[in-house]
Each structure stands twice: as C-alpha cells, then as structure tokens.
Write a protein of this length. Structure first.
Length: 348
C-alpha cells in the first residue's frame, strides 16, 4: 500500500530550514517538501531542485494541496504566520520559541482546537542523545532522588552580528533562543516548578540583546539550574545531575547538528552515534557498592519528531511536543524576566 504523502511548505530557508527542517522533510518518505519561501534568494534550489521556491507566504497558504506549514521564521513572526496558517486550514509546526508572549500562544492553541488542526512546537533538543540518556538515567532510579540538575547551553561569540538575533527591535534574546531548549527539557523531565528565580543580562561589549542568563526552577527538595552565555570560551560539563545515590556528568554536544552542517543526510533509523569520548560519567553508591563508569549515550534522532508529526496527521497519534508544553515554556520565560527585573522569586 502506497504511503500517504503530506505536502509541506517551509516558511524560511535560514539556518533552521537548512539544517533542522528541510533535510528531515526531504528524507522522510511520508513528506514532500513542496514549497520553500525565499523572498529574495534561491539558496535551496541546488539541494532541492524539485521544490518550488515562492516569494510570498500567501503562495503557501493558498495552495490547497499543502497540508503542513513549518513556521521557522524570526521569533516575532511566529505568532502571525502560525495564526495565518491555522486559519487557512493547515497543520502547523512552529520553530521554538513558540511565541513571544503567552497570550499569543494561548490564542494559537485555541485556533488549532477550533480548526481541528495539528499544532506543535519544534523542541527538537528533546531528541538529543544526552537528553534521551538523562531521561533513561532518571527513570531507572540509578541516581536515587534527584536533588540538583544543572544544564548549560554556552557559546563563544564576543562580537555583535547584523543578525536579527542581535537586534533589540526583533525582541530576540538568548533566553528565547537557547533558554527555550533548556526550559523545555527541564519541564519534560521534572514537570512544572513552583517558583522561578533568574538573572538575565547583557555581558558582551555593545550587546543590544540579552546574551547571558541563569534561571533556577525551584521544586520541592530539588533545583534545576539552567545557564547560558555567549562568553564561554572554555565550556565545562553540559549536564550535571546529583542525587541521593550519586552523580552523572555529561560534556560535549549531540553530533546531529554537526553532521547536518557537513551535509550528512538523516535517515528514519538511528543515523549517527556519539563518540565514546563524550559519553557521560556515572558515579553512584548502591547497597554499599561503589560504581564509577562511562555511561553510553543513547543515539539521538530528530527524525523521531517528524515521525510523530506524520503519524499524528495520518493516524491520530498523540503529539509528543504539545503546544500546551510550548506555552509553559513561554510562561517560564515571562516569569524569569519578571524575576530578573524585580530581583525576587516568582511563583508559578
């Protein structure tokens, strides 16, 4: 039986389109990358010659054959473009962050429910190998009760670019850009905190947008510390977990992004494994027995996200990354900004 094909429109061919959406839509047997919006360029032509380049978003929205629209434009455009696609009767994937405000996210959820459309946020970092491995470690109980979780998403870029991400008028910031990943992972692992404390700042010379944050999500008997900065030249561990039975420390980053940058084509199966030199360190005491060992990283696979979107549209499978979860991320970000501005803990 021939697999149903979902014709898809991609709203941008910047970095997210080039690396994180187009390759997976092209490789997945259930999707057809039908149209790509490039307003002034034709960068996608060489790699996707069968895909039509359009200059106006309406050319995607008004195409009755397109079922799915991927809104992967700058943050400030997520809400209006996702809203337009939902009202046009399309299913929608929105690049993180979901929106810039929680009322915008709430409205999109209401429209999707009313129109009976699939709506999801592209929190692909849930499908990183380190994230999947930490999920397994916590679920297994190897660390006992978790008392402290620390996650970093650090970079080194000590100059200001002309990108919209460094433009104050765009409303972008490191909290929305990188923080949304860390917040989503923490909420997925531990659920909703009862309080948020944050320090958000501009640390680079001449910075116009926030480029540093420390956000603490407070739980009963546990804290999740989320940190990111553009001035980390020598990164430390990416994840640190401490529990009543011991600790887990993980450095390095998931190899999928680098592979995509190098033009390696993703597959629907496990397509790349992390080198053993980057596996995490597990150090625990159980039943008076000490165990300190390298812990193999579960292979990540962003294709799992689009597998789920395909199955949700064609078979009614439950969405893994629900829009309500994307909304919770935005609410945490709003609480973090309030905490940083007023220098206090904010109840959730």
């Amino acid at each position: 039986m021939r697999k149903r094909i979902i014709k898809t429109g991609l709203a941008s061919y910047g970095m997210s389109g080039l690396l994180f959406h187009a390759p997976f839509l092209q490789a997945h047997p259930g999707f057809e990358l039908t149209k790509i919006l490039e307003r002034n360029r034709s960068d996608s032509k060489d790699r996707y010659p069968q895909t039509k380049i359009v200059r106006n978003y309406e050319d995607i929205l008004n195409d009755p054959e397109i079922e799915l629209v991927v809104v992967n434009t700058p943050d400030r455009l997520h809400y209006p473009m996702a809203k337009a696609a939902l009202l046009a009767g399309k299913h929608v994937v929105v690049e993180k962050p979901f929106t810039q405000t929680s009322p915008e996210a709430e409205e999109l959820i209401e429209i999707a429910q009313r129109k009976k459309g699939i709506l999801s946020v592209y929190h692909n970092r849930r499908f990183d190998g380190d994230s999947l491995t930490i999920q397994q470690i916590i679920k297994s109980g190897l660390l006992g009760r978790i008392v402290e979780y620390e996650a970093h998403y650090d970079r080194y870029r000590n100059y200001i670019t002309s990108s919209w991400k460094d433009n104050a008028e765009s409303g972008a910031s490191i909290v929305y850009n990188l923080g949304s990943h860390l917040i989503d992972q923490a909420l997925f692992l531990f659920g909703k905190p009862f309080e948020v404390w944050a320090n958000i700042d501009k640390v680079r010379n001449g910075a116009l947008t926030d480029d540093f944050f420390e956000i603490n999500l407070l739980y009963p008997r546990m804290v999740a510390s989320l940190k990111a900065s553009y001035l980390v030249k020598e990164p430390g561990p990416r994840y640190v977990l401490h529990g009543t039975n011991g600790s887990f420390i993980k450095s390095g980053s998931d190899p999928q992004e680098e592979a995509l940058k190098n033009g390696i084509i993703p597959t629907t199966a496990t397509w790349i494994r992390e080198d053993s030199t980057n596996w995490g360190l597990l150090n625990i005491t159980q039943n008076e027995k000490e165990e300190r060992k390298s812990f193999q990283t579960i292979p990540g696979n962003y294709m799992q996200y689009y597998d789920n979107i395909y199955n949700a549209i064609t078979m009614g499978e439950d969405i893994i990354v629900k829009p309500e979860q994307g909304l919770e991320v935005i609410r945490i970000i709003e609480a973090a900004y309030l905490s940083s501005a007023e220098k206090r803990n904010v109840m959730i």
